[in-house]
Ligand binder design. Sequence first.
Ligand code: PGA
Length: 239
Amino acid sequence: MRKLFFANWKMYLSDEEADALARAYAEGALSASVDVAVAPGFTALERVSRALAASKVALGAQDAFWKDEGAFTGEVAPKQLAALGVKYVIVGHSERRAMGETDETVARKAAAVAADGMTPVVCVGELKEEREAGRQEEVVRAQLVAVLAALPKGADFVVAYEPRWAIGTGTPCEPADVAAMHAAIRSIVGADAPILYGGSVDPKNFKPYLALQDVDGLLVGGASARPDDVRAFFEAFAS
Ligand code: PGA
């Protein structure tokens, strides 16, 4: 399968900046050897959707609620995202787990996203102490099992392995450790689900990850929102 470069712009970029960067993605993706998706902030979704229409870049969102309608102030419904042309929705990002998201809420969100015809990007990953204690595979397995149990049979999903200590720290997980974890995840999810690596990926360090057998792509945060880094990624992906 073609590898996927998935950009998570987090709470960076004004809507104007997001629009301009989306146009750079649309152009870069024309000659890229990878599939590309971007997840802007909610307020920029409509603009970015327009900027990407007619391009090869898929639209993503960074979260969604688990109901499609109701008295849920401040939440965003999967149905609202689907109507904007969103294809992928990140669920269970560690920055949200750190703010109280649980395996149960992540599972409900993933199921709701799938029910509206979109693909959940399920983020999993261990804390530093858990890796130091050798518990990383056990932790990730528990996170995954909770979500898989909630997903409708046959639903498409993507897994993103993002060790929590590697996100936004400038210290990515060593490729050998990523290879071991992705093999463990593969044994749980099977051959069809793409498995992305994320955590301090940048244009200088990404290549060894994409060379690994069970790494089907990258989930890139900070660097994916920096125009210079984006240019460098697309230069490297030019086929
Ligand atoms: P980072 O974030 O690339 O800035 O480490 C990755 C992510 O949070 O998805």
